[in-house]
Write a protein that binds this ligand. Structure first.
Ligand code: NOJ
Ligand code: CA
Length: 524
């Protein structure tokens, strides 16, 4: 399957996993690295070729580990460096690459750097961003609008305000300080030396601040990324840098630089439009967005996704689209978080298998490398009663027992409870039963991955006009994809050839698609 002329990440299928919720090997109620290693056989069977691991640094865990208190350690509950090296080795043995989150923008306020920086007269003061005047940088938006009204917080010990783009327990590092830039580059080296295949650069647009700007995507940030990239090219060839930049297309594109910044970037703009298209029986928004998606530099790649560990962000859509999406997918205010929707894929789509498969088929055929979110392959549910975004991070459901087979601990000691509702509890949704059932969602998703031509990762794309706004049709090199985003059976023309996969039928030049049906077609 691998194409040696292409970098590995251009033909990869990624799988995002939260270590603390995947598998608990020692029965303490917290998932761990060894647990994940023990599940690699499942991931290989599923057919994914790369895993992205959420942060594993020591952390007070007030932001899922994105609040780092030590860049050179592993959270003890997760295991140690030997466990981590073993995970990488075992994954590689199965042909699976491993990338991890790397939190560039901020630390926890518990990080020793910050603890030292707050002290009066500290030589570390300028490792963070401080002011006496909290009207500084007033053009920067607040991101966590549910919990914060300002990006400045007062520190009693320092007697100054410090800058934070996210939670106020997460002070932003000061990238104007060369010592910070070097310390972060060295921390990256520390992890890459263990054999990692890549880093997801968390919250990368916010590294620098400048008065009179929105403090996002600044030229200084891009200059730093070029430095990091040149370090990767010199010292770690083959390693991928993946930008997490929730930005409009033109700003997002800049993270590829001229092919000299990040190798990959999440395609945030397309994601909510896929959901909008399903909700409105109209694929036009997706077709338009794709048609406007610019070419990216050689060797670069989009990361496409449906859901992840965060809320389904609606920051980058128009206010009309946002209202329609809230209406369709978050009728209960408890389903909303910040500017987004904190629900998982299956419940968002009312558990409708046709829609879940349609979106998977589209995801796997969009330009880019798909990133699947753990549990979505079996149709896991969510728990909107849990705080923040924990409701979409519940334990993986491995078998039909009440504890879902993810941990032997007493359930009252589970780090997060297993989803227990009738529709999505482990008795209905679990790997064990779905593996044994060739008609299950899991089997369908696995087949999709197996059938996916590598050209979907690498070939040029072109939006076709199937003559019906309800159908998305795209050419991917020699392949054609047709997807019906509506509840009506439809017949359209879109220059087809031979059948590759899907539930539609081909007759000459026309394809018939059942409600929410789709087809992958190949060269004759
Ligand atoms: C982006 C991460 O995906 C999210 O989970 C986190 O809360 C923010 N960065 C802040 O670290
Ligand atoms: Ca454990």
């Amino acid at each position: 399957m691998s194409d040696d002329s292409e970098p590995w990440y251009r033909t990869a299928v990624f799988y995002e996993v939260a270590v603390h919720s995947y598998a608990d090997s020692n029965g303490d109620g917290i998932g761990d690295l060894q647990g994940l290693t023990e599940r690699l056989a499942y991931l290989e069977w599923l057919g994914i070729t790369a895993i992205w691991i959420l942060p594993i640094f020591p952390s007070p865990m007030r932001d899922g580990g994105y609040d780092v208190s030590d860049y050179l350690g592993i959270r003890p509950e997760f295991g140690d460096f030997d466990d981590f090296r073993t995970l990488i080795e075992q994954a590689h043995r199965r042909g699976i690459r491993v990338i991890t989150d790397f939190i560039v923008n901020h630390t926890s306020n518990q990080h020793p750097w910050f603890q030292e920086a707050r002290l009066p007269g500290s030589r570390k003061r300028d490792w963070y961003v401080w002011t006496d005047d909290p009207s500084t940088y007033s053009e920067a938006r607040v991101i966590f609008v549910d919990t914060h009204t300002s990006n400045w917080a007062w520190d009693e010990v320092a007697g100054q305000y410090y800058w934070h783009r996210f939670f106020d327990h997460q002070p932003d590092l000061n990238y104007d300080n060369p010592a910070v830039r070097d310390a972060i580059a060295d921390a990256m080296r520390f992890w890459l030396d263990m054999g990692l295949d890549g880093l997801r650069l968390d919250a990368v647009p916010y590294l620098f601040e400048r008065e009179g700007t929105n403090c996002e995507n600044l030229p200084e940030t891009h200059a730093y990324l070029k430095e990091i990239r040149s370090m990767i090219d010199d010292e770690y060839p083959g390693v991928v840098l993946l930008a997490e930049a929730n930005q409009r297309p033109e700003d997002l594109l800049a993270y590829f630089g001229d092919g000299d910044e990040c190798h990959m970037a999440f395609n945030f703009p397309i994601m909510p439009l896929l959901f909008l298209a399903v909700a409105s029986d109209d694929a036009t928004v997706v077709a338009k967005e794709l048609a406007a998606t610019p070419d990216i530099p050689r060797g670069c790649q989009w990361s496409v996704f449906l859901r992840n560990h965060d809320e389904l962000t609606l920051e980058m859509v128009t206010s009309t689209q946002r209202a329609a999406l809230y209406d369709a997918y978050a009728p209960d205010p408890a389903m909303r978080k910040n500017v987004g929707i904190r629900r998982r894929l299956a419940p968002l789509l009312n558990g409708d298998r046709r829609k879940i498969e349609l979106l998977h088929a589209v995801l796997l055929s969009l330009p880019g490398s798909p990133v699947m979110y753990y549990g979505d392959e079996i149709g896991m549910g969510d728990d909107i009663v849990l705080p923040d975004r924990d409701g979409v991070r519940t334990p993986m459901q491995w078998n039909p027992t009440p504890s879902a087979g993810w941990s032997d601990a007493d359930p009252t000691h589970f780090y997060l409870p297993v989803v227990s509702d009738d529709a999505y509890g482990p008795n209905r949704v679990n790997v064990h039963d779905e593996r044994a059932d060739e008609h299950s969602l899991l089997s369908a998703v696995r087949n999709l991955i197996a059938m996916r031509p590598p050209a979907f990762g690498t070939a040029a794309f072109k939006v076709l006009n199937p003559g019906d706004p309800r159908v998305l049709a795209i050419a991917r090199g020699e392949f054609t994809v047709a997807a019906n985003f509506s509840s009506a059976p439809l017949t359209v023309r879109c220059g087809t050839d031979s059948y590759v996969a899907g539930n539609g039928t081909i007759k000459g030049n026309s394809v018939s698609l059942p409600p929410y049906g789709w087809l992958w077609m190949g060269p004759a």
